[in-house]
Ligand binder design. Structure first.
Ligand code: GTP
Ligand code: MG
Length: 269
């Protein structure tokens, strides 16, 4: 049975380090030639931050959609066209795919060279856990920045030289001070941009599945109870352990086991 709407909790995360990072970035901008905003390809809208876009000013900028291999390919193509039409050049990459990373690196070097400086300086900004540090490591061709699969790994800014022509600053993941819609809240939690302690996985999985059924009543993706049952999340012989099942469900989704999916479509009209 679907869970009641009343169970939905507000999901927010804007700790002190994000407010500080936001201020620092404002100060650091003077030394920056190119702005790289990173989001997860499965949340192209909820994952972008208008304040970060504004901070770029007139500098050349590029939007990077990571985890391309987990997003729906046709929807990603539509998003790239949408961003291009709105004057925001964007690329989609799987940071583990060398070809995509090489494309991103040359795009950055090209943007850097338009600033007429030798050794352009780029800053990487974006929501937590989007793959900012991973993208830097991929561009550098070695692990220079710490990257882990949880939100809030990078806490302070750090410069990395990634070649003769490029230096990149890694920054802490930043969310908006208030995630405005309940939709964006569960979607950001679902893609891992919010730490586990800040939300209830059962609630988020229920909201995801309700969203999915609205779009496709015949979806083959199981709801939480069915998933828990089929995976043996049972206590005392009969009671479903939906709490632990929900984290496992999220992990399976993150690993692409339910197929490639994007949680937001391009706005129509
Ligand atoms: N396969 C694949 N994994 C990715 C990609 N982007 C990110 N990841 C994985 O996602 C996790 C988070 O990546 P990070 O680079 O630490 O993310 P971040 O944006 O630096 O996160 P914070 O520092 O917490 O803000 C890591 O386990 C990465 O391996 C991608 O494009 N492809
Ligand atoms: Mg990081």
């Amino acid at each position: 049975m679907p869970r009641a709407i009343a169970d939905e909790a507000t999901i927010q995360w804007y700790p002190g380090h994000m407010a500080r990072a936001m201020r620092r970035i404002g100060e650091d901008m003077r030394a920056i030639d190119v702005v790289v905003e990173v989001t997860d390809a499965r949340v192209p809208l909820a994952g972008t931050n208008p304040a970060l876009a504004k901070i770029a000013g007139n500098r050349p900028r590029i939007l990077v959609l990571t985890r391309e291999h987990l997003a729906d390919p046709a929807t990603t193509a539509a998003w790239l066209a949408y961003f291009a039409a709105h004057g925001r050049p964007a690329v989609a990459i799987d940071a583990k795919d060398r070809l995509g990373v090489a494309r991103l690196r040359s795009a950055l070097e090209r943007l850097g060279s338009t600033t007429k400086r030798r050794g352009a300086r780029a800053i990487v900004l974006g929501i937590p856990n989007a793959g900012k540090s991973t993208a830097i490591n991929a561009i550098a061709g070695r692990n220079v920045a710490r990257a882990e699969d949880r939100a809030g790994v990078t806490r302070s800014r750090q410069w990395f030289r990634v070649g003769d022509a490029l230096e990149i600053m890694d920054t802490a993941g930043i969310l908006v001070p208030r995630i405005d819609t309940p939709e964006s809240q569960w979607k950001l939690a679902f893609v891992g941009a919010v730490p586990r302690a800040r939300f209830d996985a059962e609630d988020v999985v229920a909201r995801f599945h309700r969203w999915l059924v609205e779009r496709d009543p015949n979806t083959a993706v199981p709801d939480l109870d069915t998933f828990a049952q089929s995976r043996g999340f049972v206590r005392h012989g009969t009671v479903l352990d939906t709490h632990n099942a929900a984290w496992s469900y999220m992990k399976d989704w993150s690993d692409g086991k339910f197929g490639r999916m994007t949680l937001e479509s391009v706005p129509t009209a």
